[in-house]
Design a protein around this ligand. Structure first.
Ligand code: C2E
Ligand code: MG
Ligand code: MG
Ligand code: MG
Length: 279
């Protein structure tokens, strides 16, 4: 193929591949020490209960400030962390830090808030995943009903049976299971029925242009399907009052997005909650 395209094309193509590879190696090598060097932190984005307007809880979102590379987006390093399996210790660090934080918040008089944590399919494939999660809850003292795990449709590509069994046992303990970025992946509705989940999280792409009739009916259908299956439905990426009004009308259970708040650094969360409660 490269030969057909001609020598010049081959050289350019080759150099891009090399650059791409180098970039991954650089990120991987710096990521390797990121936990120990305390370069990772969590931001928390509020999730609001649509009916009451009250705060349901927060989604924990990882941030990496590398002294060499600067701020690196999770959109660029999570995939690399998955490929080199660094996501295993990183994911455990995220879960422990987030559970500890929300438990501390409860202790400071901010009771009842939940925490949603993104889990990679690589973590879900580990034999000791269930024990790891239960261990973190025990260590931090956070009751299981305040934790929600966010998984993605990529689990349908992996050892589906084994993963389902683990999720089922966590769900039985009272932990919530949300299917994140719903609608962008591979899942058919028949698969969805087999999956032990409690929440559907509608992907931002369906919320983005809710004023176009097609997207509006898609978003509305997802809410209906979710409710018919006995699930809660969350909308992510809500940016405008029009989107919020539409989601209220369709009885979407929870909303999350810049219209409520961007993700907040850990040390600023209590102040944000105070401000919102004050009016
Ligand atoms: P996600 O789990 O779907 O998280 C939502 C992403 O959308 C976040 O990006 C959030 O900041 C962004 N977002 C929320 N509301 C709005 C909005 O109204 N407008 C716009 N434009 N964006 C909004 P972020 O923090 O950059 O994270 C990107 C992705 O990286 C996440 O998507 C998730 O897949 C992954 N990720 C983040 N933290 C972790 C983690 O701790 N573990 C794992 N495995 N993945 C993570
Ligand atoms: Mg998420
Ligand atoms: Mg999401
Ligand atoms: Mg998303």
């Amino acid at each position: 193929k490269a030969k057909e395209a001609g020598k010049g094309t081959y050289v350019i193509y080759g150099r891009d591949m090399q650059q791409h590879f180098d970039e991954r190696m650089v990120i991987e090598s710096h990521l390797r020490n990121a936990i120990a060097n305390q370069e990772l932190s969590l931001h928390y984005q509020p999730l609001v209960d649509t009916a009451s307007g009250g705060i349901w809880g927060f989604e924990a979102l990882i941030r990496w400030n590398s002294p060499v590379l600067g701020f690196v987006s999770p959109l660029s390093f999570i995939k690399i962390a998955e490929d080199c399996r660094l996501i295993v210790p990183i994911g455990e660090w995220v879960l422990r830090t987030a559970c500890q934080f929300i438990k501390d918040l409860h202790g400071q008089g901010y009771e009842g808030y939940h925490i949603s944590v993104n889990i990679s399919v690589i973590q879900l494939m580990l034999d000791d995943f269930t024990d790891m999660v239960l261990g973190v809850l025990q260590e931090t003292g956070l009751p299981p009903e305040y934790l929600e795990l966010e998984i993605t449709e990529s689990i349908f590509m992996e050892s589906f049976e084994a993963i389902s069994t683990k999720l089922e046992s966590l769900k039985e303990k009272g932990i919530g299971i949300a299917l994140d970025d719903f609608g962008t992946g591979y899942s058919s509705l028949s698969y969805l029925k087999q999956l032990p989940i409690t929440t559907l999280k509608i992907d931002k792409s369906f919320i983005d242009s809710i004023d176009t009739p097609n997207n509006m009916s898609l978003a509305r259908s997802i809410v209906t399907i979710g409710h018919d299956m006995g699930l809660n439905v969350t909308a992510e990426g809500v940016e405008t009052p029009e989107q919020l009004a539409f989601l209220e009308r369709t009885r979407c259970d929870k909303i999350q997005g810049y219209f409520i708040s961007k993700p907040i650094p850990q040390q600023d969360v209590a102040d944000w909650v105070k401000g919102r409660r004050a009016g």
